[in-house]
Design a protein around this ligand. Structure first.
Ligand SMILES: [Zn+2]
Length: 459
């Protein structure tokens, strides 16, 4: 059965993956992984079997607690575990899958995803379907679980996830342990290993950690210097930061785009120049902790709820930090979009266009149109209600439009239809209700210039 039409071979909706206990042993030389994933599931209906996504790794053994006659079958994308007696709806089972191999990124329509070796270390970048390259999982964005992660690996490396870990010596190896208690979908679980230095930073009361290779201290310190101010600005606009900490990893290798993981932003050394040139990307990845990571999507169709909001957060940060106003940026981006093909539905862009820049920008413009319509204070109150009500949950576009109407006490159907469902680009509303200063002509020309020159690099 297809659970998410954007990723038709992923996931199994017949059970919930409640908790993963991942016990990994990894040797960097030869990229050799041996592991056991112990997964607690709960049946959503009567089931005789449960399927887990796993790609490129070989399963040697499956044990189901209390069911010695359970069996398994592996194909190139799935491990299907069959129980000797069916589970009834609500029943739980504990399934231990032992597997090994040399993990590789998988080739997808979105490029190479998942576990990838670096020059010295590794990165996991899974959105949307890379998680099965390193552990068997129910690989759906709506499927949120808790995790325990133990990683034994070569000494001299930092092992980083989106949670604070502990390190112990185990013979000649280092044994790292992490507990991730906040509900996390498989695509946002990450593992980063590298010869990183760690710097602790205070982010407006949120513990922050900066991991970077030796030699990049100054560039990293300069380019992430404003992270605490961003944290304050976003907490004020979007509500309290949802996670116990925030970690930044900068890889020595260049990365195509920065990206978000749970409690973490990942950047390549090419994204930091010590002059803050890509400040908007730092803001973008931080904003994903509210939009995408805490408030997640029920299906990939709703990706604008992640990317449009994170893009709008770039404009919110620009305005809060005294640079271009959100309104000025909206006008400039509107002019840019008007020159591009108008053949994309933000509310359902299709899998090939789900990461298209127009989803990001037009999604942000839809939010700005809403802000112009309802006014500044009601708009930000709505965003805070959104992150509060759906904290750690999953949402659809209909959830957002319903909450917006509920909070505004007004019908907003035609506004949302024009911005999210129609392909033609609407004009921005005139915005009588808001106080933000409209951009001057000079500011607009300058911004349009800057916006037309921008690259499309963001995750
Ligand atoms: Zn993004």
């Amino acid at each position: 059965m297809i659970v998410d039409p954007y990723t038709p071979v992923s996931g199994d909706s017949s059970y919930a993956a409640v908790h993963y206990d991942l016990d990994l042993d990894y040797k960097l030389a030869g990229n050799r992984l041996t592991a056991t994933a112990t997964i607690d599931i709960r049946a959503r209906e009567e089931i005789r079997s449960a399927a887990f996504d796993l790609v490129g790794l070989r399963v040697s053994r499956v044990k189901v607690a209390g069911d010695t006659r359970a069996s398994f079958r592996q194909t190139d994308r799935k491990v299907r575990v069959t129980f000797s007696t069916p589970l009834a709806a609500g029943d739980t089972a504990r399934i231990a899958i032992t597997y090994a191999g040399a993990p590789q990124p998988r080739r997808t329509r979105w490029g190479l995803l998942g576990w990838e070796e670096l020059e010295d270390g590794l990165i996991v970048a899974s959105q949307p379907t890379g998680a099965p390259t390193w552990f068997p999982c129910n690989d759906l964005p709506c499927e949120k679980s808790t995790y325990a992660l133990r990683v034994a690996t070569d000494p001299g490396y930092a092992v980083v996830t989106g949670a604070t870990g502990t390190r112990a010596r185990a013979g000649r190896r280092d044994a790292w342990s992490f507990t991730i208690d906040t509900p996390t979908p498989s695509y946002l679980l990450t593992l980063q290993i590298g010869p990183y230095r760690e710097t602790a930073v205070d982010l407006a009361g949120v513990p922050g950690r900066l991991f970077h290779p030796a030699g990049l201290e100054n560039r990293a310190a300069a380019d992430f210097a404003l992270l605490g101010d961003m944290m304050s600005a976003f907490a004020e606009s979007f509500g309290p930061y949802p996670f116990p900490q925030y970690t930044i990893v900068v890889t020595q290798d260049d990365l195509e785009i920065p990206l978000e993981a749970q409690g973490m932003g990942i950047f390549g050394s090419n994204h930091i120049d010590g002059a803050g040139s890509l400040e908007r990307l730092v803001a973008h990845e931080l904003a994903h902790q509210w939009f995408g990571n805490s408030v997640g999507v029920e299906g990939w169709q709703h990706i604008w709820l992640n990317e449009g909001f994170a893009c709008y957060a770039e404009w919110v940060w620009s305005e809060a930090s005294g640079k271009a106003t959100a309104h000025g940026l909206a006008l400039a981006h509107h002019a840019r979009l008007a020159a591009l093909p108008q053949d994309l539905r933000v509310s359902d862009p299709g899998p090939d266009l789900m990461f298209d820049d127009r989803v990001y920008t037009r999604g942000a413009l839809a939010l700005h149109a809403l802000r112009l319509t309802v006014g500044d204070d009601p708009f930000f109150a709505l965003l805070r209600e959104w992150t509060t009500r759906h904290r750690f949950g999953v949402v659809t576009t209909a959830d957002f439009t319903a909450l917006a109407e509920e909070q505004a006490g007004a019908a907003l159907g035609s506004l949302f239809a024009a911005w999210l469902d129609d392909t033609a680009l609407p004009d921005l509303p005139k915005g009588g209700k808001r106080g933000a200063r409209p951009a001057s002509i000079t500011e607009r020309v300058g911004l349009i210039d800057a916006v037309f020159r921008r690259d499309r690099s963001r995750g």
